[in-house]
Design a binder for this molecule. Structure first.
Ligand SMILES: [Zn+2]
Length: 143
């Protein structure tokens, strides 16, 4: 199926409407950036992509709004830096393992999700609610 730009805009607007987010062109553009990217995005990348058309404060506010509305989710890396990705999971949170994948060469960050938990021995009495696996290596483009 081929969508033209107007159809895509309508789809993005409908997604925002479904999440009860008031539609602005900035929000449509921000959502479009997430939908068109296969990598995790951080604030710097988003500001670079959307600026000067969008003010950094507006990007920041809309990111928080999107997180609040479960449109996107925050993923911290090993250093605590925050990345954002579309939140399109429908699975039960408890059954999901988040996998964050870093390329050592170009510093791209990918993200995926798997259903099966990994067997990890935890301290006795410790109950875990989320699992994140960090994978480091070299991406396809850097080989
Ligand atoms: Zn790479």
């Amino acid at each position: 199926m081929i969508f033209n730009i107007n159809t895509m805009e309508t789809i993005f607007k409908n997604i925002l409407k479904t999440k009860k987010v008031y539609i602005t062109q900035n929000r449509v553009d921000l959502l479009k950036t997430f939908i068109q990217s296969d990598k995790l995005l951080d604030f710097g990348i988003l500001a670079h992509t959307l600026h000067p058309d969008m003010d950094r404060v507006i990007i920041f506010r809309n990111l928080n709004l999107f997180v609040h509305k479960n449109l996107i989710m925050k993923i911290p890396d090993v250093n605590g830096k925050l990345y954002y990705t579309l939140n399109n999971r429908k699975d039960d949170l408890k059954q999901v393992v988040e996998v964050v994948i870093f390329c050592d060469k170009c510093h791209s960050i990918f993200w995926s999700r798997r259903k099966n938990r990994v067997r990890i021995s935890l301290p006795s009495g410790f109950s875990n609610h989320t699992e994140t696996i960090v994978v480091k290596g070299t991406c396809r483009d850097c080989k």
